[in-house]
Design a binder for this molecule. Structure first.
Ligand code: FES
Ligand SMILES: [Fe+2]
Length: 444
């Protein structure tokens, strides 16, 4: 028996026996029309570009494996159409923007933003083509500088994605979009992998964010009404810092203030980054969303608003804009995620305790994908739930005689419980609820 095991799995130099690369986890990673996740993700509005990208020319885009064209017509309305003209397939990226809609460059077929044919000028006036054919089109909305489209069943258009964090009057929302050449899931699940914050972002090659990120964490992972959040609690000097980072299914994530240094007390401070991971196709994705700018989120003035936009963001490691050698010496999220292969192969992974958040996220996604396939509509952010959960709370709690890990865990649990329990209340009420939970800890 022992011999058989040894032969099947040599202890050393096992490369020869481990060359096979199995298939990918298509239930969660395939995004094209008709795929399980692809259909589920189409049930939510998806940001596709920045409003500022729609100028006096059409924009060719590819989203969820579909080739499209986005444009703003001369009356200011936004259209998203199938890219290839319904006549003989010329790309509408070469089309002409009209007062209403767009005209194909080849024979002048004129489409409105809903795909209706307004004119087929080379055909006789009696033609009934307009009554028989439409160009594929998707509904759009614009929110805070982002263009969203809805790619799902037109019988079930969800409400626009309203978020409490986007309605905070103290912050300016600055839209951005970055592309990343790998499958969407390995980008998304990074946000439920807080262990990488300690290693990739702080200990491996110096601090990408504040040095406090290098402190050991006490971790927990909890389901929320819209997905899940992690509970990261660290000691930093005399302070205890609990950060919650959430995923709102299917593909939205919010992260706390980017430069948080945990050196002043705060309660229920909200987010620095709201971003969707939108699949372009199975092996390419967009990170697209808003950076939240405000002096309370960035007291040290580290934000660089001028560096936030199309293919650029004001924090390190999100693209391949530095040299290969620089990336090898100081890798970032981009390098870690893209190098997991074009589509990470789950069957080759060895998931361990520190992957608990990734395991829970995949489980929740799989459950949602299967429920959707059975006809159950997912909760929609903005309708069923406006409150979101990402926050930071820092409390002055000097290390005492007792077990500090227990104190950290208690702080994390009380904050998380209060953050969840306060859903549906006003921001001020939510802050008061979290404050009271932490005050109780201090007294107790
Ligand atoms: S291919 Fe577009 S009008 Fe002919
Ligand atoms: Fe990261």
């Amino acid at each position: 028996m022992t011999e058989t095991l040894t032969a099947a799995k040599p202890a050393k130099y096992a490369g020869y026996h481990q060359r096979e690369v199995p298939g990918t986890d298509r239930e969660l990673t395939a995004v094209g029309p008709g795929t399980p996740f692809g259909e589920y993700v189409r049930s939510a509005w998806q940001p596709i570009c920045l409003s500022s990208q729609l100028g006096d020319l059409p924009l060719a885009i590819r989203i969820l494996g579909e080739d499209l064209v986005a444009f703003r017509d001369k009356s200011g309305r936004v259209g998203v159409l199938h890219r290839h003209c319904a006549h003989r397939g010329a790309s509408l990226e070469f089309g002409v923007l009209m007062e209403h809609g767009i005209s194909c460059c080849y024979h002048g077929w004129h489409f409105d933003i809903d795909g209706t044919i307004l004119a087929t000028p080379a055909e006789p006036p009696t033609t009934r083509i307009k009554d028989k054919i439409v160009q594929g089109a998707y509904p759009t909305i614009e929110l805070h500088g982002l263009v969203f489209a809805y790619f799902g069943d037109p019988a079930h258009v969800p409400p626009p994605p309203r978020l409490d964090t986007a309605e905070d009057e103290r912050v300016e929302l600055k839209p951005f979009v970055l592309s990343i050449p790998c499958n969407w899931l390995q980008v998304y699940e990074n946000s439920q992998d807080p262990v990488h914050v300690v290693w990739l972002h702080a200990r491996i090659a110096g601090a990408h964010f504040d040095e406090s990120n290098a402190a050991e964490q006490e971790l927990d992972f909890l389901e929320t009404p819209l997905g899940m959040m992690n509970v990261q609690t660290r000691r930093w000097g005399d302070a205890v810092w609990t950060r919650n980072v959430e995923c709102i299914l299917p593909n939205l994530n919010q992260t706390g203030a980017l430069w948080e240094s945990a050196d002043t007390e705060k309660v229920f401070q909200r987010v620095g980054l709201t971003r969707w991971i939108v699949p372009i196709d199975d092996t390419n994705s967009l990170q697209i969303g808003w950076r939240h700018l405000g002096s309370h989120l960035d007291p040290a003035g580290k934000d660089r608003p001028e560096a936030i936009g199309v293919n650029t963001i004001d924090f390190e490691g999100q693209d391949d804009s530095t040299t290969y050698e620089q990336r090898q010496r100081r890798p970032g999220d981009y390098d870690a995620q893209v190098s997991q292969r074009p589509v990470a192969v789950h069957a080759l992974e060895h998931l361990v305790l520190s992957d608990k958040g990734v395991v829970l996220l995949r489980w929740l996604l799989r459950r949602a994908v299967r429920a959707f396939a059975e006809g159950k509509r997912p909760p929609a952010v903005g309708l069923d739930q406006l409150s979101t959960f990402t926050q930071d709370t820092v409390t002055l709690l000097p290390q005492g005689e007792g077990d500090d890990r227990t104190l950290l865990r208690r702080h994390g649990a009380l904050v998380a419980e209060a953050v969840l329990a306060s859903a549906g209340r006003t921001p001020a009420e939510r802050e008061a609820i979290v404050r009271e939970a932490v005050t109780g800890l201090r007294q107790g």
